[in-house]
Ligand binder design. Sequence first.
Ligand code: FAD
Length: 394
Amino acid sequence: MSAHHYDIAIVGGGMSGACLALALSRLSLTVALIEATPPDSSRHPAFDARAIALSAGSVQALERHGIWPSLAPLCEPITHIHVSDAGHLGQAHLSAAEYHLPALGQVIELSGAGLALQARLASAPGITLYCPMSLKAVQPEEARVNLTLSDGRSLTAGLLVAADGGHSFVREALKIPAERHDFGQSAVIATVKTAEAPGGRAFERFTAGGPLALLPMQEGLSSLVWSVPRAQADALAALPDGAFLAALQRAFGWRLGRIEQTGVRHVYPLIMTQVSWPVAQRTVLLGNAAHLLHPIAGQGFNLGMRDIDVLVRTVAEALAAGDDPGSHAVLCRYWQQRRDDQARTVWLTSSLAQLFSNDDLPLVAGRNLILTLMGRCQALKAPLARQTLGFGSL
Ligand SMILES: Cc1cc2nc3c(=O)[nH]c(=O)nc-3n(C[C@H](O)[C@H](O)[C@H](O)COP(=O)(O)OP(=O)(O)OC[C@H]3O[C@@H](n4cnc5c(N)ncnc54)[C@H](O)[C@@H]3O)c2cc1C
């Protein structure tokens, strides 16, 4: 029996793969989306208890690709961001009003996002879902990529997009080199309730152990991402609720009043992965498969969304010109447009993680000076704003 052929096969239906598939479905292509875990699984590796911040740039891209209407009802706007250093005076503020925007970004819970995206995928034109199904073997050739699924089925595709996460099977199978850096930290995440509702305010606070972020969520809740030395993370997460809340209150302070309740804590080891050349024969790595970032600046998916935006535009231009979207020339065109942004964002995120997880006195003094100057000078705040908003320039 001959293998079923698709124009594009996407491995991994997390935020990156699902959004890419929906964006491609508007180009009259045949697309296979292969995802190992069903969307309603309580142990989904991509759609779990995390809430993530979507930058204003990502929201605009999601709007352009017709995906935003499915996600908008699940989002809480960020109207203010407050950055501070525990025990020091340096601080900076960003507000949506300064940039004449309704919001600096939006916060979405990934579990809800997964169900909403899955519902859209089920009826999107041109998409065939293989789920739950794992990719077990991949073999690129000159004219197509051969894929073998976990049930033994074979598929072929003109272009393979690996959106299969930080431990990408495709990256390993094709021996695409990746640079790794272990920050020696883990992120403890939880949903918390504070006496004062956040009302659109997000907080990034640099503490002795590592950076701590609180993002506003629907129903007056906040999503905590607290990066701490790995050796302390499990013990911190396992504290009884009262002791955990007391530790969090000491680290965060009283900007939202008493921190009253916490949900279940989850722990994520923080390891950066960067692929310096994410394009191979008829294959491109995208999202976490190409770059796994420290969550300090909330950039992981936002960077992936910029990849998606450019890949879809490059494929559309290739089709319009009669070119083969999986050809080396077209993939190189994509990579040329993405190389600088990926390198800059990986560098910036890693530098911030190192600068703000360090207790050396000169560094502490330096970062306080930066925050104080940013708090007073609009021009110095522009790079922070640019990265936060996720636009190319401001
Ligand atoms: C604590 C934390 C906070 C974060 N906060 C933010 C934030 O505020 N803003 C932001 O932009 N980003 C944030 N991120 C990053 C963001 O969550 C990810 O970048 C985003 O979810 C995109 O992931 P992905 O789809 O590329 O990969 P993944 O979510 O890893 O998805 C990969 C998918 O591939 C599937 N898969 C893997 N192997 C196979 C196979 N062989 N066959 C079939 N399927 C396979 C998996 O089941 C999974 O569904 C945060 C991350 C963490 C850990």
